[in-house]
Design a protein around this ligand. Sequence first.
Ligand code: AMP
Length: 363
Amino acid sequence: MKIGVIGAGQLGRMLALSGYPLNHQFGFTTKSNNEPSSMLGLVFNENECQNSAESIMNFADVVTYESENTDVEIIRNISKNVKVFPSEKSLFISQHRCREKKLFDSLNIPCAPNQKVNSLNDLRLALNNIGFPAILKTATNGYDGKGQFVIHSDSQIDKAWDSMNGVESILEGFVSFKRELSLIAVRGIDNDHKYYPLVENIHHNGILRKTIAPANRIDHNIQDIAEKYMRKILDELDHVGVLTIEFFETDKGLLVNEIAPRVHNSGHWTIDGATTSQFENHIRAITGMPLGDTTPIHNCCAMVNIIGKTGDTNSVLKMPNTHLHLYNKKERKDRKIGHINVNAGSVDELQKRLSQLKQYLPK
Ligand code: AMP
């Protein structure tokens, strides 16, 4: 099938790399001709064609998107002519933190206390209800911890609101979590569901640095609860494709932080560590193919992001059971330009390998 992808970053690149063996073809909407996906299919450059969305619609049998920040209007228009997965509903809800929280409430899925904030006065009222510390976030367009302000006391309220630049926001109670976990699942057109194991995510300055897969010390009960929440969300959205839930693990159990209607950075380990990768499963789902087995093929896996600088990749290539993935992106501070997948037979072996990747991990 011809698959159109809105966006041409590393996620589109990895979707195409997994889709070619299944005989699919790819087209991407791009902003320039040297994005990570540009060499992996036809490109419809927004600056060169009159209407790149229309061009991709004419090219594709099915359309998908890379980012929850995709314009809903574009997806609505395309879906009048060509199937789009995940559908407009998944996109509309997951691109707005207040809509996400409303969905969690309606499905009885626990999350941090929260309140919509549209003015300084709203913020003061919300802080009266939620208390300190709390975290103020833009309702849309936040990524890698951007558009967030942690408020500890009265004296920070004005500054926090100023930092939002007047955009629609949400105040959340600050969760004192033990770990951050995520669950990735895929739902097919025929309503089949498959789940990867919960993984642990380690962030630094709001950016994901490392994922441990499967997460250590997860009993069946927690995996079951996470899958139950996932299933409710997938079914409510009638979602087709991969969906990710980010969780906070607390003393009182799992709280949902947010969802992403797409393949996720915390699932990159699946390329080399699971029977079927998250990318292949997304492609299988949106093209109506049977879903693939999500079982890990190693006892312990990890993914380390390459951020800012490419570093000494030859030393990585010399490591056993280690796989380098670069995205054809220029080096820039805080930019994700690649990742490394490491597989091991035991936790000790994994730790040993990770200690050889110190150049990529924060001190
Ligand atoms: P987000 O953009 O919502 O994924 O937030 C980025 C990071 O900020 C998360 O990975 C957490 O480390 C932290 N964070 C977000 N929301 C909260 C919260 N309500 N309480 C504590 N930390 C949070």
